[in-house]
Design a protein around this ligand. Sequence first.
Ligand code: FES
Length: 115
Amino acid sequence: MSCVSKTCIGKRSHLRNGTGLRFELENRPSNDATESGFVIAFQGRVYAYENRCPHLGVELDWAPGVFFDAAQEYLMCSTHGARFEPDSGKCVSGPCAGQSLSALVVFEEEGELFT
Ligand code: FES
């Protein structure tokens, strides 16, 4: 029998299209320095990724929870401006073009988001 633990991120109703929410990652392998993840709403769906740019491994957000570019079309790294497709995490421009963000499983139960 397996046991799956889940972490509550927040209420789905607080996540509007073009917005994001950071959360701390728990139970990471000791050799993984990634400390946070983020969830976004885009075109009515939610997606979650590790908060780590494939270029230099830094966090992406401009300010806590701010991941989108001004047009709210792409996720954008605040360090060198790489742009990522919100629904796939694929980098479409910038120094890590062709690489991708690491996706996390996110799901909704009774209006709450979990990973
Ligand atoms: S660290 Fe993100 S684009 Fe360079």
